[in-house]
Ligand binder design. Structure first.
Ligand code: 7RM
Length: 635
């Protein structure tokens, strides 16, 4: 029996049971046999969900880049580590070998040091999907700096909030980025953000689009000349197992985005282990995850998990529609991709284009298809299975979160029989629980409720940067002694899990988690707006789209509603980004409220989803009369 690589269903059940019965000896054996440690741990797991404090491999010393790069050099030095596919296919792909990656990461790490970055400093990375993104992430990890990657589609305000929250000393960006036929002025966005960030001392700028940009003397430095001069020898900083590796922001249902903190050893062990098994990765495979490294999926399953296994990982700069909707399949054919991991929203967008774009390409290299980010609907699942997988490649519908660091519930391909829309079985070491609203665990099969995890796994986020209290309240207070995911789930008659969606106010649009609060905050900035509430409603392509209910200030003057709609969406674009724009805006005379003054989004959601005949009990509302008015004017 192999604990590291599971190949049969019986093996899965055996290993799973072992990982639950003896979690410490299980993870200790995995850690011992498959990673490089400068010093072994004093204890495998210490935890208390009530404080909450969790540590894995306490006392151990290591550097994650030594595990992801250096240790492969003797056996795989010339193997491609990162296969870069540019936005424009005519530019040609780049194969970065493990040897070359080692040199480039070391040089970059030395540049960071020369610029005054030390262990524990926070570095914000705001880059498009170019090799410098992965390299700068690894360079931070090399010297023990904490990276905070901000997705390069976020606006300057969103960027500034994240830079200030974690007090970043440096920003790494580029002159601009390519996105299909468009270019984006990334440096301009950074300049705007930095007007309100006094913590940033240095901005390193990679050249990508070769345009003239303004360089702020003393603060901004071109990366290329610094890299050229830098030594390619940089000894890895020896880190404690529980030293922070990175911060990654995720939106919450209220207030500021949450800077989830992931630490070194447990994150490494779990992402590597799940990568190996969830994708059945073998030595000569070419693996491609289409996510952006600005999201957790990119951190764990483009960078750390694949590289820890010595894999070849594709990094794609562009979009699925450029030069045309055949681009994904062109890349699969060109690089003989074996594992392909994408999001339901991309699958739905591609399915909408029909199959003409697929027929010209040879997809026979594919062995495993993955889905992540939101529930995959039945139609999209079948389209993916038939047209891309040709009914031969299992689909792994993998459920997990920024907070969990790695895949938590997922089939293991060629091991777990799949079932459309079901994430199926818990991963090794994961102990899910389905809870009812009164806090009781629903045991046995055929139950539905709220999804919790009742035992720590190695890559659970350890805190929210600068706000441990919020970490405790958000994840460990709804249910006693359990991590609450914020998702609903059901367990079917054979024990398979299906994720039913968020039970809080987070809405997933095209795979991006959007908190309602920051969007409402942006809308409420409009001088004509009194109040607003955002809910999600089903959308063919985006999964969910945003529906806004807005009440206007009573000024006595009449306003043009269409102009207002445009202005409000412009505000949202400025404050958050175009992804958060509202698809529908309904102006109303009031919003349904509880007596304590909370907006009842549950009711608004039902109305937006055309389910106003099943609103449930509305008698506790402060202002019952507005409900009928809203129903009468629904868009
Ligand atoms: C990896 C990632 C987390 C939220 C999570 C869910 C939803 C993710 C699935 C899914 C149904 C899935 N991290 N989600 N994967 N829902 N099936 N396979 O997406 O932090 O950005 O989002 O995404 O609601 O709580 S995330």
């Amino acid at each position: 029996m192999s604990n590291y690589h599971i190949k049969h269903l019986e093996e899965y059940y055996q290993v799973y049971r072992k990982s639950i019965r003896e979690p410490e000896s299980f993870w200790e054996e995995i850690a011992e046999e498959h990673f490089l440690w400068r010093k072994k741990w004093d204890s495998v797991l210490d935890w208390d969900f009530s404080t909450p404090e969790i540590s894995w491999f306490k006392g151990a010393k290591l550097n994650i880049t030594e595990n992801c790069i250096d240790r492969h050099l003797t056996t795989r030095g010339d193997k491609t580590a990162i296969l870069f596919e540019p936005n424009n296919p005519d530019e040609g792909s780049q194969h970065i070998s493990y040897n070359e990656l080692h040199i480039r990461v070391n040089k970059f790490a030395n540049v960071l040091k020369e610029q005054g970055i030390k262990k524990g400093d926070r570095v914000c990375i705001y880059l498009p999907m170019i090799p410098e993104l992965a390299i700068s992430v690894l360079a931070c990890a090399r010297i023990g700096a904490i990276h905070s990657v901000v997705f390069a589609g976020f606006s300057s305000t969103a960027l500034a909030t994240r830079i200030n929250d974690s007090d970043c000393k440096m920003v790494i960006t580029s002159d601009g980025s390519y996105r299909g036929a468009k270019t984006i002025d990334l440096k301009g966005i950074v300049d705007e953000a930095l007007e309100s960030c006094s913590c940033v001392e240095t901005v390193l700028v990679a050249k990508r689009i070769q345009t003239d940009i303004h360089m702020n003397m003393g603060r901004d430095k071109w990366l290329a000349p610094l890299l050229e001069k830098a030594s390619d020898d940089c000894a890895p900083e020896i880190m404690d197992a529980e030293d922070p590796l990175f911060i990654l922001y995720t939106s919450g249902s209220t207030g500021m985005p949450k800077g989830m903190v992931h630490t070194t050893a447990g994150y490494m062990v779990y992402t590597a282990y799940t990568f190996k098994n969830a994708f059945q990765y073998t030595e000569n495979d070419v693996y491609w995850c289409t996510a952006d490294i600005g999201w957790i999926t990119g951190h764990s399953y483009i960078v750390y998990g694949p590289l820890a296994n010595g894999a070849t990982t594709v990094m794609f700069e562009g979009v699925p529609s450029y030069p045309d909707y055949g681009r994904f399949w062109d890349i699969v054919q060109k690089h003989k991709v074996s594992q392909f991991y994408t999001a339901p929203t991309a699958i739905r967008a591609l399915a909408k284009q029909g199959t003409d774009f697929i027929e010209n390409y040879d997809l026979s290299s594919l062995k495993v298809l993955g889905s992540v980010g939101e529930p995959i609907n039945e139609e999209a699942w079948h389209w993916y299975n038939e047209n891309i997988g040709k009914r031969k490649s299992p689909i792994i519908d993998s459920w997990w979160q920024t907070e969990t660091g790695g895949i938590m519930i997922s089939p293991i391909p060629y091991v777990t029989p799949t079932k459309p829309t079901y994430a199926t079985l818990p991963f090794i070491g994961v102990q899910p629980a389905i809870m009812d609203e009164n806090g009781n665990e629903l045991k046995g099969n055929q139950v539905e409720g709220r999804l919790c995890i009742k035992f720590p796994w190695p890559s659970i986020a350890r805190t929210i940067w600068g706000n441990h209290q919020r970490y405790k309240e958000t994840y460990f207070s709804a249910f006693d002694n359990k991590y609450f995911t914020g998702d609903g789930a059901l367990r079917d008659e054979v024990g398979y899990y299906r994720i039913t969606g968020r039970v809080d106010d987070v809405i997933i649009v095209s795979g991006h988690n959007l908190g309602t609060a920051p969007i409402e905050d942006a809308i409420n900035e409009h001088p004509a707006v009194a109040e607003s509430a955002i809910v999600g409603f089903p959308h063919d392509i985006k999964g969910s789209a945003l529906y806004g209910y807005i009440t206007l200030k009573d000024t006595g003057e009449s306003r043009n509603h269409n102009n207002l709609r445009t202005e409000i969406n412009q505000l949202i674009t400025d404050r958050i980004g175009p992804i958060a724009k509202l698809d529908k805006i309904q102006f109303t005379n009031g919003l349904p409220k509880t007596r304590s003054g909370k907006i009842m989004r549950r009711i608004l959601r039902k109305i937006a989803c055309n389910e106003s005949d099943s609103l449930g009990d509305t008698s506790t509302l402060l202002n019952q009369e507005v409900v009928q008015e809203i129903i009468d004017n629904v868009l």
